[in-house]
Design a protein around this ligand. Structure first.
Ligand code: HPA
Length: 261
């Protein structure tokens, strides 16, 4: 057990959690819907990152959703805050130590596909780390050579698809941020085969697979990629569009979680 997991189990009880949920920018409202919830601000948990991004509350909440015991991370930390790709490692290790074998990672992302407008949801079928960054750099054991074929487990993708028939599937490209991409970078990412771009999730997927957790991931599309509409991009738009998509997003997450009941 991590020290954080000990602290959590002492207060929230030792019954194992089934699932870890990581909520992205502007998507944290689900944390308020857990039953029998016990919340731990990141600041109270050893080694947990304190995220300074507006729209990210920064708490781990243990509770029940759709009859399933979950550990929910509302407010992740990002690579771009301090330049640490492994910033979410203690949090994911803790979710695993609490008993989870599966994580659902969520994020806000820009769309590279004309037919996937803001408000759409996309299940990740694969990803690319455009920047070449990796959270396992410095890891010394052979375990670092993590297989990334089917990193987004096909049987979990099927559960997501069953939960929302309109769900898109696509490839998510990780740019480090925090500046948004340039129009030239977006054109390049489209040519490379990406369907969406964002500043998170990829290092978490790599860490989760390293830890032996199964991964599913969902992007909430908040905007078209830079240069696709002629309008500038902003974090305010990310937050407001994420808020507008909350109803469908929450329904998808709840249905996915319910499939574990
Ligand atoms: N680029 C990167 N990250 C994002 C975007 C984007 O267009 N939208 C929301 N998060």
């Amino acid at each position: 057990m991590t020290r954080a997991a000990e602290i959590i189990a002492d207060r929230a009880g030792r019954a194992p959690v089934r699932l870890g949920l990581v909520l992205g920018s502007g998507l944290g409202a689900l944390a308020d819907e857990l039953e029998d919830a016990t919340a731990f601000p990141f600041a109270d948990l050893p080694e947990f990152p304190v995220s300074g991004v507006s729209g990210h509350a920064g708490a781990l909440v243990v509770g029940t959703l759709e009859g399933v015991r979950v550990a929910l991370l509302s407010g992740r930390a990002h690579y771009y805050e301090k330049g640490e790709a492994a910033v979410m490692r203690p949090a994911l290790e803790t979710v695993k130590a609490l008993g989870a074998d599966t994580v659902l990672l969520t994020n806000s992302a820009g769309s590279l596909r004309d037919e996937m407008p803001p408000g759409s949801l996309m299940s990740l079928m694969d990803h690319m780390s455009i920047s070449g960054l990796n959270p396992l750099i410095g890891e010394a054991t052979d375990d670092r050579f993590v297989n990334m074929v089917d990193a987004y487990a096909p049987h979990l993708r099927a559960r997501l698809k069953a939960a929302d028939e309109m769900l898109n599937e696509g490839v998510y490209a990780w740019f480090s941020g925090p500046s948004f991409e340039t129009p030239a970078e977006i054109r390049a990412a489209r040519i490379l085969g990406a369907d969406a771009v964002g500043m998170s999730t990829v290092p978490e997927t790599i860490l989760a697979r390293f830890l032996g957790l199964e991964v599913a991931a969902v992007s909430v599309i908040t905007n078209y990629g830079a240069g696709m509409t002629g309008r500038p991009l902003s974090h305010a738009e990310t937050k407001s569009e994420a808020a507008k998509a909350q109803t469908r997003f929450r329904a998808l997450v709840r249905a996915f979680v319910r499939s574990f009941a």
